[in-house]
Ligand binder design. Structure first.
Ligand code: ZN
Length: 113
């Protein structure tokens, strides 16, 4: 294993990994809280750091057929959610390249909201 390089976010309202506290994203990147993950509530984000992606799979979700890949914490390898690589329905295209994170895997740091 090589050295693990982790990125850090500056400022307030940061979401970190519940397990290892690594920085993942911030409130500024949040698009919607109205999503469902595998284990309950999930949030949609514009961008997430310190993750690795699993292989792309085709899945039928509530909102139709998508190509998605699981996203894992780069440090502790917990599955955090998934990335939308491709949506087949026109109405779902806005999700392409965006990230779902399970609410249960997120911890708030330096929260001001
Ligand atoms: Zn972690």
């Amino acid at each position: 294993m090589g050295r693990l390089y982790l990125d850090y976010l500056e400022g307030n309202n940061i979401f970190t990994c519940t397990t290892c506290q690594v920085h993942l994203t911030s409130y500024n990147e949040l698009i919607s809280k109205a999503f469902k993950g595998r284990h309950g509530k999930a949030y949609l984000f514009n961008s997430v750091i310190n993750i690795t992606c699993g292989p792309i799979e085709e899945r039928i979700l509530l909102s139709g057929k998508h190509q998605v890949s699981d996203i894992l914490c780069k440090k502790c390898h917990t599955v955090l959610g998934w990335k939308y690589d491709r949506a087949f329905e026109e109405s779902q295209k806005y999700k392409e390249g965006k990230f779902i994170l399970e609410k249960a895997q997120l911890k708030k740091q330096h929260w001001t909201y």
